[in-house]
Design a protein around this ligand. Structure first.
Ligand code: NAP
Length: 498
C-alpha cells in the first residue's frame, strides 16, 4: 500500500510540501524512513474543525444502533488493512510483531465493546438515565417530572501516544469513546508513527462511507509543527481534548487552553512510576521470585509502558532480592526505544541518576548499540529518596529505582510524599496484608488502580477498569481512559423537566 503522506480532512486527502514535511523514523536501523509526510496548514486544520462542527449536527442525531454499526465497521476495516498495517507499524516503532498483533486485537475489541454498550442501552448512555416522576399532590408545591440524560459535548481533539500506536492512538480508546458518545473527532496523529496513522485513517474513511456517516465525523491531521496542536486545542469549536503522553507536553497544551474564553475538559493520561511495595514476609519468603517478576515486568516493551514498575520499595536485608535483580538486569540485552528524543531523554535521566552521590547503580544491561537503551536499576535509602525530588520523576524506558526501607513508618513517609499514580502494587502474604491496613488506606488516595500481588503492566479493557489517577498521572481524577466508562468523558448531563 503506497502512503500519500497526507491528512484526512472532510473525507479528502490533503497536504503538500508547502508547509514543510517530515519522515517517520526506523528505531531498528536508526535512520529515517522513506515516505514524506506533509505538515498541514492552519487553513487545512481550520477546515477540519469546521467540518467536524458541521458533522456534529448530523452525527449527534444518529441512533445508538447506527453508532454501534459505525464502530463495528471501523473495527472490521482495521482488520481489512491486514498484515501491511503490522509491517508498517513495526518499521515505525520496532515493537515486536506479537505485541502489535495483540494491540491490534485490543483496539478492535475496544471499538466493539463501545458498540455493545450502545446496543445494551439504546436510549441513554450506559443506562444512566434517571427519571423522577411528577407528584401533583405534593404540598406546598407540586413536584415536576424530571429526567436526567446525557448529550455529546461536540467535536473532540485527540492526541495519541507513541508507545501504543493502535490502542492509545488514531483509532484508539479516546477516539472510540468520543465517537460512541456522539462526538466528531479530530486526531493529531503522533509523528512517531505517521504511516500507521494514515492507514488507520483509511480504515475510518472506509467505515464512514459504508455507514453513510458525515465526512467530517473523523479527521486525522499530520504535522511535526507544535503550532498545529496549539491551534487545535484553542479552537472555540473544540469541546474536549483527549491526550495521552508526557506531563511536559500536557502542560504546554494546558497553557494554551487556559487562554480559551470557554474552558473545556482536558483529559490527559500521563506517566507514572507505579510503586511496587514488597512487604516483609513476602520479601523473606519469595524475595528472589519477586525480583525476577519485577525485572520481567520492567523489561517488557523495553520499559515503554505508562504502567511500567519504576519504584520498588524493598525491606533492607531482603535475602536474594538484589542479587537476583543484578543477575537479571546484568544479563538483559539493550533494545530500541520509540524515537530519538525518547532515547535522548532516557540517556539523560539515567546518567543524571548515575552521577548522584547517594544513589548507586545496582545493575545495568548490556548495551549492544549506541542508539539502544539498556536497562538500569538504581538503589538508594529512604532518606535520599525523600530528599531528592528528581528521583520521583518517571524515567520512560527500562529503568527502576529500589528504595530500601527499614520499617512501616518509613513506608508511610514515602507513600505520604508520593505524587498521584496510575497504579501501585502491594506484594504481601496474607499476614503482611492484614497488618498493612493503614498503608493500604493511605495508598488508595494516591492511585487510580490498587493492585495486590500482581504486576502493573497489562491494563484489562472492561467496564470495571480505571486507567487514570490523581495528578500528575492524569489531569482529570474523575475519569478513566480505558474501558467503556471512558465514554462518559465526552458527554454532559441535561435535565428535561415537564
Ligand atoms: P510526549 O513526550 O508527550 O510527546 C507527544 C508529542 O508532543 C510528540 O510528538 C512531541 O514532539 C510533541 N510535543 C513536544 N513538545 C510539544 C509542545 N510544546 N507542544 C505541542 N506538542 C509538543 O509523548 P510520547 O513520547 O508519545 O509518550 C511518552 C509518555 O506518554 C510517557 O510519559 C508515558 O508514560 C506516557 N503514556 C501514558 C499513557 C497513559 O495511559 N497514562 C499511555 C501511554 C503513554 P517531539 O517528539 O518533537 O518532542
Amino acid at each position: 500500500m503506497t502512503l500519500t503522506g497526507q491528512s484526512l480532512i472532510a473525507g479528502q486527502w490533503l497536504g503538500n510540501s508547502d508547509n514543510g514535511e517530515f519522515k517517520a523514523f526506523s528505531p531498528a536501523h536508526n535512520v529515517p524512513l522513506e515516505t514524506n509526510f506533509f505538515n498541514i496548514s492552519v487553513n487545512e486544520l481550520e477546515l477540519s474543525i469546521n467540518e467536524a462542527e458541521n458533522a456534529f449536527l448530523a452525527y449527534r442525531k444518529t441512533t445508538f444502533e447506527q453508532r454501534a454499526l459505525f464502530l463495528d465497521c471501523i473495527a472490521e476495516q482495521i482488520i481489512v488493512l491486514g498484515d501491511e498495517l503490522l509491517t508498517l507499524t513495526q518499521q515505525e516503532t520496532n515493537l515486536p510483531l506479537a505485541r502489535l498483533q495483540g494491540e491490534r486485537m485490543r483496539t478492535v475489541n475496544q471499538l466493539k465493546a463501545f458498540a455493545q454498550v450502545l446496543r445494551e442501552s439504546p436510549d441513554s448512555p450506559m443506562g444512566l438515565k434517571v427519571i423522577d416522576e411528577a407528584d401533583n399532590s405534593r404540598q406546598p408545591l407540586p413536584k415536576p417530572r424530571t429526567e436526567l440524560n446525557y448529550l455529546p459535548l461536540g467535536p473532540v481533539a485527540v492526541f495519541g501516544a507513541s508507545n501504543f500506536p493502535y490502542a492509545f492512538s488514531t483509532l484508539g480508546g479516546d477516539t472510540a469513546a468520543a465517537l460512541a458518545a456522539g462526538c466528531p473527532v479530530i486526531v493529531k496523529n503522533h509523528d512517531a508513527h505517521p504511516g500507521t496513522g494514515e492507514l488507520m485513517a483509511r480504515a475510518a474513511l472506509a467505515a464512514i462511507k459504508i455507514c453513510a456517516m458525515p465526512l467530517g465525523v473523523f479527521a486525522m491531521v499530520q504535522s511535526k509543527s507544535y503550532n498545529i496542536s496549539h491551534v487545535l486545542v484553542a479552537a472555540p469549536a473544540i469541546k474536549a481534548v483527549g491526550f495521552t503522553g508526557s506531563l511536559s507536553v500536557a502542560n504546554a497544551l494546558k497553557a494554551t487552553m487556559v487562554k480559551r474564553y470557554e474552558a473545556i475538559p482536558f483529559y490527559a493520561e500521563l506517566g507514572s512510576i507505579n510503586p511496587q511495595i514488597i512487604l516483609p514476609n513476602k520479601a523473606r519468603e519469595q524475595g528472589a521470585r519477586i525480583a525476577q517478576t519485577l525485572c520481567q515486568s520492567m523489561l517488557m516493551g523495553n520499559g515503554q509502558f505508562c504502567t511500567s514498575p519504576g519504584l520498588w520499595l524493598v525491606p533492607t536485608g531482603c535475602k536474594g532480592f538484589e542479587e537476583e535483580v543484578a543477575d537479571w538486569i546484568g544479563n538483559s540485552l539493550s533494545d530500541t526505544l520509540l524515537t530519538p528524543s525518547i532515547i535522548k531523554s532516557f540517556k539523560y535521566a539515567t546518567s543524571q541518576r548515575s552521577n548522584m552521590d547517594q544513589v548507586s547503580l545496582l545493575a545495568k544491561g548490556k548495551l549492544e548499540h549506541d542508539f539502544h537503551a539498556n536497562a538500569h536499576v538504581f538503589a538508594c535509602s529512604v532518606d535520599t529518596y525523600l530528599a531528592t525530588l528528581a528521583l520521583h520523576d518517571e524515567v520512560f524506558g527500562p529503568a527502576a529505582l529500589i528504595v530500601r526501607y527499614e520499617n512501616e513508618q518509613q513506608l508511610l513517609l514515602i507513600i505520604d510524599k508520593l505524587e498521584g499514580q496510575l497504579t501501585a502494587s502491594l506484594h504481601g502474604t496474607q499476614d503482611d496484608l492484614d497488618s498493612a491496613q493503614c498503608l493500604t488506606e493511605m495508598l488508595q488516595y494516591k492511585v487510580g488502580r490498587l493492585i495486590t500481588n500482581q504486576m502493573p503492566t497489562g491494563v484489562e479493557v472492561c467496564g470495571s477498569m480505571n486507567h487514570g489517577g490523581p495528578f500528575p498521572s492524569s489531569t482529570n481524577v474523575r475519569s478513566t481512559s480505558v474501558g467503556t466508562h471512558a465514554m462518559l468523558r465526552f458527554l454532559r448531563p441535561i435535565c428535561y423537566q415537564s
